[in-house]
Design a protein around this ligand. Sequence first.
Ligand SMILES: NC(=O)c1ccc[n+]([C@@H]2O[C@H](COP(=O)([O-])OP(=O)(O)OC[C@H]3O[C@@H](n4cnc5c(N)ncnc54)[C@H](O)[C@@H]3O)[C@@H](O)[C@H]2O)c1
Length: 261
Amino acid sequence: MRRFEDRIVMITGAAHGIGLGIAERLAGEGAAVAVADVDAAAGERAAVRLAAGGTQAVAVTCDVTSGESVAAAVAAVVARFGRLDVLVNNAGGGLNLPDLDELTDDDWHRQIDVTLMGVVRCVRAATPHLTRSPHGGNVVTVGSINGLAPFGSVAYSAAKAGLRNLTENLASRCAADGVRFNLVAPGTIRTRAWDDQPDSLDRIASTIPLGRIGRPDDIAAAVAFLASGDAAWITGVTLPVDGGALLNAGRVFRDSAARTR
Ligand SMILES: NC(=O)c1ccc[n+]([C@@H]2O[C@H](COP(=O)([O-])OP(=O)(O)OC[C@H]3O[C@@H](n4cnc5c(N)ncnc54)[C@H](O)[C@@H]3O)[C@@H](O)[C@H]2O)c1
């Protein structure tokens, strides 16, 4: 499948993990890819690797907690490729915060800043370009099943929950401009975010109905679908990609290490 021929895609947090998997998938389907990450060195390495495989790829330094940084990154992508067709909001993750009783206001602000406001900043900068896409622009945001059910990690989960409502409002508001907004909600995915908790991964794997921990390419396949023309009549949806974990919501995971995600 080459669903992204002649498509310019910007992916935040694409230097590692799920974002890198999305970059590889969309590049494999013909996209020109901007790797937008606060980790400039790893972003550069990812872009060089994509380019070696024949992709038009560029690394742009982007910190989603700064409006100036995001605006400069989007401007750099448009300067390099001439336009922007797809934005994938993936940057961030859980901040390894304490449990509810010990969370400070600053903890809450920091988590919401990267997870929810980071997406707001990227959408604000990218949407004027997406409305001009000849293909019909679209945005896919990476949320979490934590935003859909009570798995713990309250600040992270509340911020991820906000992404669902944000996606629905943006989808409704921007439909007339031909810009679609959708949300993918991963379950537990093996990335470096779990490196220090191998035992938790084993325990979680045993509770997942489809029998294994997810991989970045599981998420990339869903993002590719929603960002492609195959989803041209889909906007405002949330697609869980979790091996069936939501079927266990609030029961199996309640006191497990999933609290930290
Ligand atoms: N791994 C999981 O189990 C899991 C589950 C559900 C949702 N998610 C979500 O998937 C996304 C990717 O997570 P991952 O597991 O691949 O983590 P990861 O740490 O492997 O990758 C995160 C990427 O985001 C970048 N990043 C962090 N802060 C940034 C900032 N302020 N500006 C720009 N880039 C920034 C990092 O440099 C890194 O490249 C996150 O939104 C996370 O919440 C992950």
